[in-house]
Design a protein around this ligand. Structure first.
Ligand code: PLP
Length: 427
């Protein structure tokens, strides 16, 4: 039986039997969260990878406020509105060339479901029997049944395994073993005739902030193209500057057939997602035959207030100052990481764009590493919001972060290693 029930709320990814008291947050401001008990917390993981320019960015707040008084919500079948039209037009201008249509939804997981359904619809309506999906080892694409099915099997979804559909998995392109990944992809494309390959470009987030170079992404796209397998990029985390470019695919000069964006699409203020596709995919559904309709909708598809926030975010990305901020964060992150490259208590010290990650050496590595929750509360006590993936500590700050904030974050990480590292004094 629960010990002392203080709230009826069931929190996400939270083991209530082990979790301490929840921190109540009353205000967000740039890189900081302010709690009811008067603490100021540095948001070193952008509130789960969503906040890009900082909490309560004035331009985004203003856009939401103005839209809320004009049109709050409207059915999106048979009706449209300016905020959605403007977001679609602007996003196609910023996304890789060759994408033509924008489908709205309201979470990353939903945008992945949409991507999978678009791919299946494309082959079905072209009267080809292609239904299998190829995925990458350690990948994460969300928590709905379809999104879990195309993600790595593991502790997150072991309970639901009987409901998950079967996929083909290629190995993660670990350093020096990239050819194995590419050969496996080429082989599965040949033997299984899959409908699509779905991948997180350059960084696998929830799988442990695993990073791989852009040439591998480029090669994977080339292999899919040659085998006529649809290439789905899940840029839900990697988009909006995280990898150093607006979208990760830019660095490989790749245009996916289908791409998912969410999280930072509104600057992290309100939920929204989009799935972009090439015209061929839209056209496979375009018909006088009503059975070819793309049967997908969420009640809040293209919510006008969310679209207004996204539009304000897209305007920020057209401002050169945003790109300058990004460059400066990359510099700060690299400089901070330098000191850890020769620290024997860590391994796999790595960075892609604005994201850094390092693995604390422990005897029981992995997501359920015993050190995970200890690190989490250690940082919480120091007013730093870091939520390590097991023994993997990563820093993914909003772009308004200062050098003083970065110093504080990495000092915290150094102290954590002193306290919990296997070769540290406290081990
Ligand atoms: C967060 C995430 C998702 C799921 O997005 P939600 O909005 O949480 O449903 C999917 N893919 C990747 C790569 C993510 O990081």
């Amino acid at each position: 039986m629960p010990q002392s029930k203080t709230s009826p709320i069931w929190h996400p990814f939270t083991q209530h039997a082990l979790e301490g008291k929840m921190s109540k947050v009353v205000r967000g401001d740039g890189a900081y969260l302010h709690t009811a008990d008067g603490r100021r917390i540095i948001d070193a993981i952008s509130s789960w990878w969503v906040v890009t320019h900082g909490h309560c960015h004035p331009a985004i707040v203003r856009a939401i406020q103005e839209q809320a008084g004009k049109l709050d919500q409207v059915i999106f079948a048979g009706y449209t509105h300016d905020p959605a039209e403007e977001v679609a037009e602007r996003i196609l201008r910023l996304a890789p060339r060759g994408l033509d249509y924008v489908f709205f939804s309201d979470s990353g997981s939903a945008s992945v479901e949409v991507a999978i359904k678009m791919a299946l619809g494309y082959w079905h309506h072209n009267r080809k029997e292609r239904t299998r999906i190829v995925v990458m080892q350690h990948s994460y694409h969300g928590d709905t049944i379809g999104a879990m099915s195309v993600g790595a099997r593991g502790v997150f979804n072991a309970t639901y395994r009987p409901l998950l559909f079967d996929v083909d998995t290629i190995p993660f392109p670990a350093k020096g073993r990239e050819r194995e990944t590419l050969n496996a992809l080429a082989s599965v494309c040949r033997t299984q005739r899959p409908a699509a390959f779905i991948v997180e470009p350059l960084i696998l987030g929830a799988g442990g902030m695993l990073m791989y170079p852009s040439w591998v992404l480029r090669e994977m796209k080339r292999i899919c193209e040659a085998a006529e397998v649809l290439f789905i990029a899940d840029e839900i985390m990697t988009g909006w500057g995280r990898t150093g470019s607006l979208f990760a695919c830019e660095q490989a000069n790749v245009t996916p057939d289908i791409v998912c964006y969410s999280k930072g699409i509104t600057g992290g203020a309100v939920p929204l997602a989009v799935t972009l596709c090439r015209s061929e995919i839209f056209e496979a559904h375009y018909s006088n035959d009503r059975t070819r309709t793309f049967f997908h909708s969420s009640s809040y598809t293209a919510n006008p207030m969310a679209c207004a926030a996204a539009k304000a975010n897209l305007e920020l990305w057209e401002d050169p100052e945003t790109r300058r901020r990004l460059t400066s964060v990359i510099g700060m992150q690299e400089k901070a990481l330098e000191a850890f490259r020769n620290d024997a208590r860590f391994e796999n010290v790595r960075r892609t764009g604005t994201v850094t990650a390092l693995d604390l050496k422990v005897s029981d590595a992995g997501y359920l590493a015993g050190v995970g929750p200890k690190l989490h509360s250690f940082f919480k006590d120091r007013n730093i919001l870091l939520r390590p993936l097991g023994n993997t500590i990563y820093v993914m700050p909003p772009y308004c972060v200062t050098t003083a904030d970065i110093d504080e974050i990495y000092s915290g990480i150094r102290e954590a290693a002193d306290a919990f590292g296997d070769s540290g004094s406290g081990a």
